[in-house]
Design a protein around this ligand. Structure first.
Ligand SMILES: Nc1ncnc2c1ncn2[C@@H]1O[C@H](COP(=O)(O)OP(=O)(O)OP(=O)(O)O)[C@@H](O)[C@H]1O
Length: 254
């Protein structure tokens, strides 16, 4: 899995961008006029209190939710109405909060199914699965049944599946949920490698704010469906609106 090289201008052209996105469920707006961009080779954090709209944002960027208004563009091309499958073929991959593995298959086959779904041969997909597992440092998982995998391994396999055939963008929905600090630290190192070694643009949603701040070059903060702050880690740490969102009236940190 070779690192991609690109200039700043080609990065801008190849970004995954939501522009002025509003998502309404009936009369309720889960997102209001949200603009955010994921660029290749960088980790972008997305944080915010419970119900802020983080998962809705990931769903919108990956074709699981069409924007009510606004647009989603991939490399400048409008993709807001594409299906998740189409977007995956275009290079936008995601993980889910729940593993969603095929429990009747082993890990290798779970990954190979994704490759075949992307149009690759069975043998090519198996080879890619082994390559991805090896790159992640977990080749021993290949022949393990997906059913009954320890929680953190299930999470790793979810990420491995998303990395099949080197997507340009990887959106991670709470990948560290339920992990110990040590496991979350290992995950942070892996996420950093995905960006730096593979050139993938990563969007990381996490309730573990420390993890997000440790690995992200740019962070977006959502609250009640709106971006209330964005910037590098220093900007986020110094932001009063972020502090208010997390330690506001109900004193509840996400
Ligand atoms: N399909 C839906 N229909 C109606 N309301 C929805 C739907 N999906 C999400 N919502 C609402 O939109 C808001 C944002 O939800 P979302 O899951 O995106 O937030 P979140 O930031 O990911 O929350 P959490 O951190 O708790 O996972 C919530 O109030 C939620 O109840």
């Amino acid at each position: 899995m070779a690192r991609r090289h690109s200039t700043a201008s080609s990065q801008a052209e190849s970004s995954l961008t939501a522009s002025g996105v509003t998502v309404a469920f009936g009369g309720f707006k889960a997102l209001t006029d949200v603009t955010m961009s994921i660029t290749p080779g960088s980790v972008h954090g997305l944080i915010g209190p419970n119900g802020a709209g983080k998962t809705t944002m990931v769903n919108t960027l990956t074709g699981f939710q069409a924007p009510t208004t606004g647009s989603v563009a991939l490399g400048g091309k409008e993709v807001g109405r594409m299906s998740p499958h189409q977007l995956r073929r275009e290079g936008v991959a995601r993980t889910f909060q729940a593993g969603r593995l095929f429990t009747g298959l082993d890990v290798l086959d779970n990954l190979a199914v994704t490759g075949v779904g992307l149009g690759h041969s069975r043998s090519g997909s198996e080879a890619e699965a082994l390559r991805v597992l090896g790159w992640m440092g977990v080749p021993h998982l290949a022949e393990r049944p997906a059913a009954g995998l320890p929680y953190t391994d299930e999470r790793r396999v979810g990420i491995a599946r998303a990395l099949m055939f080197a997507p340009d963008f990887l959106l991670l929905d709470e990948p560290a949920a339920g992990m110990s600090e040590a496991e979350a630290g290992d995950l942070a190192a892996l996420i950093a490698r995905v960006a730096t070694e593979l050139g993938t643009g990563v969007l990381l949603i996490e309730h573990n704010v420390g993890l997000v701040l440790s690995v992200s070059q740019h962070v977006y903060v959502l609250d009640a469906g709106q971006v209330i702050e964005e910037g590098d880690v220093d900007v986020i740490l110094k932001s009063q609106v972020v502090r208010d969102a997390y330690f506001g009236a109900d004193q509840e940190a996400a």
